[in-house]
Design a binder for this molecule. Structure first.
Ligand code: HEM
Length: 486
């Protein structure tokens, strides 16, 4: 440390390591939050570590979020950090495989399919998908039983997201073959691929084949719509949304192949994040079934019953009237931010405000909103699942580090401890859709069944080896369908 300090007086402390190139990759990769906590105790909020030949400068806490996520375009680059991982999976010409200003416009194109009107039409489709899944799937198809949520929620999320965002046509074509393709593509989205994006191995070939085959499928739908609908304007889903809005400000257009690839990128952005959130919510609700009853009562209060005593179908408007359901989602995201680390490549030296430190060009800067969201500095009883905290302003500690984002609202500011959807120019565009999708899924679950954790009632550990913070497979719940037909 002393030598390092003498050599680089303007660098943040570097975590010592034994093996060159590998550095702290293993300790960080196996338990990132524990690693951050240990480092914070030794070095404070800013420190650096070596990971597979790269130097990552971590800045923990809300000020760090602001420093990195609101970094200037000339200072930090997400595409330089992510593109080698994402381009083989999403395909060429979109997201990080293009200049940042193109991505910003692509996000706007996609937002056309993420409006209130579209959400209104998505809710009944999602309900139908969840009901079918609960009636027929190998996971929840019986009257009672044990279900592996880490298997169930990724499958269910593909059905609900593709039915709503890609439309009935894509969903109807789902088969065992398509499931295999999605699974092959998914395998390209692993932490290992950050380090080795391309190797001459079957697993990489399967990823590349799957990317091409799925992109071809979407391309076929785009072709057919263009051919049969001859310029009629529809707003059914993401594909329509992007077809209607695919001209950049400079007059250039996304090609149809790029539209197909953008659909893959956007679906992928929501797939793992939502599947992980669903799995954790089911587990927490299984551990504290009293919350299922509170959610059920909320369904009764907001949706009401028809003349036969059956609960009325849930609508998009109903979801807006359900603070407890929203609180369950918020609390799940607080404890299980699907992305534990967010990082950018540094393009020019970045002085850290109010310190003598400068992060050199070529290093990476990293933040972990997930770390802050589980820290006692910002949330009382930070490790407990307490959805009620989102209903009562007083339960959150107010420190000068936090900004007043108003309880019940999700923060849009970067200097906040609560940032499950990121902040700044790369902020998530899928937040509202995620709330609609998850809210509809959880509402349907509590209407159809009750569940607990298997004997022992312990939550599974986090699997940090996957791309998102999934529960360790196989995480199970024990369910029994409600007698009353809902
Ligand atoms: C970006 C989280 C769902 C599409 C992000 C980022 C986070 C995030 C943290 C910022 C990444 C960064 O700064 O590097 C989540 C969570 C979700 C979710 C927790 C659900 C629980 C979705 C869904 C979609 C989506 C459903 C699509 C419908 C995107 C896109 C970006 C993004 C397009 C922008 C990437 C960029 O500008 O670099 N998301 N997301 N996400 N997300 Fe999500």
């Amino acid at each position: 440390q002393l030598l390092y300090k003498l050599m680089y007086p303007h660098r943040v402390p570097l975590v010592p390591y034994l093996f060159p190139w590998i550095g702290s990759a293993v300790t960080y990769g196996m338990a990132p939050y524990e690693f951050f906590e240990n480092c914070r105790q030794k070095y404070g909020d800013q420190f650096a570590f070596v990971m597979c030949g790269s130097v990552m400068t971590v800045y923990l806490g809300p000020k760090g979020h602001d420093f990195v996520l609101n970094g200037k375009l000339a200072d930090v680059s997400a595409e330089e950090a992510y593109k080698h991982l994402t381009t083989p999976v999403f395909g060429e010409g979109v997201v990080y495989d293009c200049p940042n200003h193109r991505l910003m416009e692509q996000k706007k194109f996609a937002k056309a399919a993420l409006t209130r009107d579209s959400f209104r039409s998505y809710v009944p489709k999602i309900v139908e998908e969840v009901r079918q899944f609960l009636d027929n799937s190998t996971y929840f198809g019986n009257k009672s039983g044990e279900a592996v949520v880490t298997g169930a929620t990724p499958e269910l999320t593909i059905y609900t997201a593709s039915r709503s965002l890609l439309g009935d046509e894509v969903r109807a074509k789902f088969s065992a073959h398509t499931a295999q393709l999605y699974s092959d593509l998914d395998k390209g989205f692993k932490p290992l691929n950050f380090v080795f994006p391309n190797l001459p191995l079957p697993y990489y070939w399967a990823r590349d084949n799957a990317q091409k085959a799925i992109s071809d499928q979407y391309l076929e739908v785009i072709d057919r719509r263009r051919r049969d609908e001859k310029g009629e304007v529809h707003n059914r889903d993401l594909i329509d949304g992007i077809i209607n809005n695919c001209t950049y400000k400079d007059g250039k257009k996304l090609t149809d192949r790029q539209i197909a690839n953008l659909c893959i990128g956007i679906l992928m952005g929501g797939q793992h994040t939502s599947a992980s959130t669903s799995a954790w919510a089911l587990l927490h609700l299984g551990q504290k079934p009293q919350y299922q009853e509170m959610m059920y009562e909320e369904q009764e209060r907001v949706c009401g019953r028809d003349a036969d005593g059956k609960l009325n179908d849930i609508t998009y408007e109903d979801l807006q009237e359900m603070p407890f359901l929203t609180a369950v989602i918020k609390e799940t995201l607080r404890l299980h931010s699907p992305l534990h680390s967010i990082f950018r490549k540094v393009l020019r030296p970045m002085p850290i405000p109010n310190t003598n430190y400068v992060v050199p060009k070529g290093h990476y800067v990293m933040v972990s909103p997930g770390y802050s969201m589980m820290h006692e500095d910002y949330f009382k009883n930070a490790h407990d699942f307490v959805p009620e905290r989102w209903l009562e302003v007083d339960t959150r500690k107010d420190t000068e580090e936090t900004i007043d984002y108003g309880f019940g609202e999700v923060s849009k500011g970067a200097a906040s401890p609560y940032l499950p959807f990121g902040a700044g120019r790369h902020r998530c565009i899928g937040e509202q859709f995620a709330y609609v999708q998850l809210g509809t899924i959880f509402s349907t679950f509590v209407r159809e069944m009750k569940w607990t954790l298997p004997e022992g009632g312990k939550l599974p550990e986090v699997d940090f080896e996957s791309m998102v913070t999934l529960p360790k497979h196989p995480a199970k719940v024990v369910y029994v369908k409600r007698e009353e037909k809902v």
